[in-house]
Design a protein around this ligand. Structure first.
Ligand SMILES: [Zn+2]
Ligand SMILES: [Zn+2]
Length: 362
């Protein structure tokens, strides 16, 4: 069984044969049909997001359940599923308060033990998923059955990028009909946030990026205005488009200190700043102290788009089947598993939205 394994931070990944652990009573085995390549995989490769190594990458997949553990009643063999890295426990402090996306045991990066054996020894499962592989073994709570009409290559995107971006717009920011929105950063998650703002009925959706091709993609995903931030000051441009007021909502989908501050400055007084981009654990952002009080902006962190995966992923699948969510508009290209290092290099350069690895025989 081939998987994409990272052996050391900063090195290219290796597509190699590993042997998965045996199925536990609460687990399912999934044959992957497709897996999106997400920026968090790149963050694990470059060390921005800690992980136990060597680990298999990928956490945005869809496929077919091929085997279920003896305790599993929620899903059957043959089910078409999306994987989620947020297999919330449903009993902890956060789960009981409607915050499954903060569940400590559902965060995907809690490692109890390796999940596979490679030629060089044990292999760990990044984000509890390991979807850039032909097969994976996960708890049954980490798979969500979806409308069988949705093709699995498009469905894979629901597991991380689309849930994170659409959720940020409709669940974390709670954009209302008629509000103005600026989205800073137009990769796969940013474009999903733009589609989320469109679904929510935003009157003006301003997309900002430094890469011209991303701004074209933003228009295809529902942006009403685009700003090339390699040439133009973002807060000034947003004020010009909003009668000098600033945007009701600023969604930051990059994770750099300077783009977080640009998003903060682009929101109107009393507006909402939603932080979606995963910053590095070793970087800090400095806000003007008086403005934090006097401008009364709300700064909200958004983890997994504040979604509840078993509730929201089927909703998003239906929105895709009925054409209200355009998953194809997020796809830059479909690739083979052995092209995954090239995909990471393109992503590091800031090009494209989602690349999807499509497997041979599903
Ligand atoms: Zn929990
Ligand atoms: Zn992701």
């Amino acid at each position: 069984m081939k998987a994409t394994v990272l052996h050391a931070v900063g090195e290219p990944t290796v597509v190699e044969d590993i042997t998965l652990r045996d199925l536990g009573p609460d687990d399912v085995r999934v044959r992957l049909a497709a897996s999106g390549v997400c920026h968090s995989d790149l963050s694990i490769i470059d060390g921005g997001m800690p992980a136990v190594l060597p680990c298999s990458l990928g956490h945005e997949g869809a496929g077919i359940v091929t085997e279920v553990g003896t305790n599993v009643t929620t899903v059957k063999e043959g089910a078409r599923v999306v994987l989620t890295w947020n297999d919330a426990c449903r009993t902890c402090f956060h789960c009981l308060r409607g915050e499954p996306y903060l569940c400590p045991s559902g965060m995907g990066y809690i490692y109890d033990a390796p999940y596979a054996e490679g030629a060089a020894g044990p292999v760990w499962q990044s984000l509890g998923a390991g979807t850039l592989a032909e097969e994976t073994v996960v708890p049954a709570a980490a798979v969500i059955e979806i409308d069988p009409e949705l093709p699995l290559d498009l469905a894979s995107l629901l597991g991380c990028g689309v849930a994170t971006g659409v959720g940020a717009a409709v669940r974390t920011a709670r954009i209302q009909v008629g509000e103005t929105v600026v989205v800073v950063g137009c990769g796969g998650v940013g474009l999903s946030a733009i589609q989320g703002a469109r679904l929510a009925g935003a009157s003006r959706i301003i997309a900002a990026d430094r890469v011209a091709s991303q701004l074209n993609a933003a228009k295809r995903n529902g942006a009403t205005d685009v700003i090339d931030t390699s040439a133009i000051d973002l807060p000034t441009a947003v004020r010009e488009l909003t009668a000098g007021i600033g945007a009701d909502h600023a969604l930051e989908v990059v994770g750099l200190p300077e783009t977080i501050l640009a998003a903060y400055s682009s929101a109107r007084r009393g507006g909402v700043v939603t932080l979606v981009g995963a910053g590095r654990y070793d970087e800090s952002v400095t806000f003007p102290a008086l403005s934090l009080m006097a401008d009364a902006k709300q700064v909200r962190g958004s983890v997994y788009g504040a979604t509840d995966a078993p509730r929201d992923i089927p909703i998003m699948a239906t929105l895709a089947v009925t054409g209200r969510l355009d998953l194809q508009a997020l796809v830059t290209e479909r690739i083979r598993l052995d092209e995954v290092n090239a995909a990471f290099a393109s992503m590091a350069a800031g090009n494209g939205a989602r690349r999807i690895v499509v497997f041979d025989d599903v």
